[in-house]
Design a protein around this ligand. Structure first.
Ligand code: G
Ligand code: G
Ligand code: MN
Ligand code: NA
Length: 259
């Protein structure tokens, strides 16, 4: 609980920072953007990952101001990337939303305010929401996401396939991207991959595309995984094979190499 009580001061003291992990188009290997992943540089414990403090921030409500800070920093960063790489096509930013942020009444207004103030097109922002956060979601919970989607913000269903995936439920949700959980990618470490794993991913991709959803795969660690996922029709990939989460300038380097 020492971490819990230190959280509010940590935000004031600017102890949080963001690493960015590139998202790559499987078709041609070009950089499409990056996911923002928050870290805490704790004065005693060093760098703490989000699994150490996001649950505490959710429990205390600090996740709302922290999430707003992450969104603002990330949108600023995307804007900077776009200015420096006008030729590479607009680099996009993915930001994770916790369930508490979804139920907070300021979500839409805060997001609009940040995008307008910084001057980033809504279509350059993707908000990631976990499947479990939306399970059994009623219309009140979906309304703010729907508003954001209507403005052009992409909504991605994160960790897809780990929850009680009610596939029929997908039609109701204002999502445009499925992020296939890392566990599916792990099944493709051999070449050729396990035939059952191939069939499952193939089925998900077919269903997603027939519903006009794009598919992003997480946890790609080898060229063999990337190739098989590309053949299966996945659109975008993320993982250590391309890059680990890192400082924002690393994306400049990657995008420049591809341009
Ligand atoms: O790479 P990493 O260990 O940082 O990510 C661990 C988890 O933390 C991921 O599932 C990711 O969704 C979550 N996470 C990372 N940054 C944020 C954030 O800014 N807000 C929320 N709510 N979750 C985040
Ligand atoms: O939002 P999400 O839970 O998907 O956050 C991504 C998490 O997965 C982060 O903890 C990130 O560090 C981790 N990660 C990203 N790429 C890879 C990868 O290629 N392999 C593994 N094992 N983990 C990864
Ligand atoms: Mn995510
Ligand atoms: Na995930």
């Amino acid at each position: 609980h020492g971490l819990t009580t230190a959280l509010p001061a940590a935000l004031d003291r600017n102890e949080f920072f963001i690493e960015y992990q590139p998202l790559v188009r499987l078709g041609d290997g070009s950089v499409r953007g990056a996911e923002a992943l928050v870290r805490w540089l704790h004065p005693q414990h060093g760098v703490l990952g989000p699994d150490r403090f996001i649950p505490l921030a959710e429990h205390t409500g600090l996740i709302v101001p922290l999430g707003r800070w992450v969104l603002e920093q990330s949108v600023r960063q995307a804007r900077e990337w776009q200015e420096r790489h006008a030729d590479a096509g607009p680099l996009r930013i993915n930001v994770n939303l916790s369930p508490c942020q979804l139920t907070h009444p300021g979500l839409v207004a805060d997001t609009v305010d940040i995008l307008e103030r910084i001057g980033l097109d809504p279509s350059s922002l993707c908000l990631e929401v976990t499947e479990s956060a939306l399970i059994g979601a009623d219309d009140d919970l979906l309304k703010p996401l729907r508003r954001l989607a209507e403005m052009g913000v992409d909504i991605a269903l994160d960790d897809f396939g780990t929850g009680y995936s009610n596939l029929a439920n997908l039609r109701r949700l204002p999502v445009s991207i499925l992020k296939l959980d890392r566990s599916f990618t792990q099944g493709m470490q051999q070449f050729p991959a396990d035939p059952v794993d191939l069939k499952i991913v193939e089925g998900i991709v077919t269903l997603a595309h027939s519903l006009d959803l794009a598919v992003t795969v997480e946890g790609v660690e080898t060229a063999a995984q990337a190739e098989q996922l590309r053949i299966l029709g996945c659109d975008t990939a993320q993982g250590w094979y391309y890059a680990r989460p890192g400082p924002p300038d690393r994306l400049h380097e990657l995008a420049l190499v591809d341009a």
